[in-house]
Design a protein around this ligand. Sequence first.
Ligand SMILES: [Zn+2]
Length: 194
Amino acid sequence: MIQTIEKQTGKAFKLKKGEILRVIDPVGEQVSDMVLFNAQDSREKISAGKTMDFENTILITKGHHLWSNRSRKMVDILEDTNGRNDFLLAPCSPETFQILYDNPEYHPSCFENLYTNLAEYGIQPDDIPTAFNIFMNVQFGLDGELSVDPPQSKAGDYVLFEAKMDLIVGLTACSAEQSNNFIFKPIQFEILRK
Ligand SMILES: [Zn+2]
């Protein structure tokens, strides 16, 4: 059953070892931030640094794993029809909009949508790590300068993740203007059992 994460919101759910999570961009040009925790011990969580260590690249896609802070495989990326994701930038937060975009007003954010939905699993705001930013198109120059560009994902693009351990998953439809080409759209997902 395909479930929808409405624009600028998030969801949290369990994914058992061996199950496959399909994350879909139903409209196109929409980023989804994903965080993963070990369902038995949420101190073990997704790690951008460990993933780049073991996969030896900053461009994570089909054929790679997402690794934990305890150097264990959390998911295997089975398919990635778009192929561009980001694992450098933190989830957008209230401060992102204040500091980076000079916006003092309330603004929805992935950070808030992750920690509020993950609270039922005992996960606190300070526990939220750098997310795997599905469909996010961060380009970088030879000098290291970053540029957040419109996602290259088209309607129907998806990524398949196979769980290598029992997981708690936090997933959003990202709330940052620049990351989503200035239009907020939903994200969809489904859990496939073998
Ligand atoms: Zn975001």
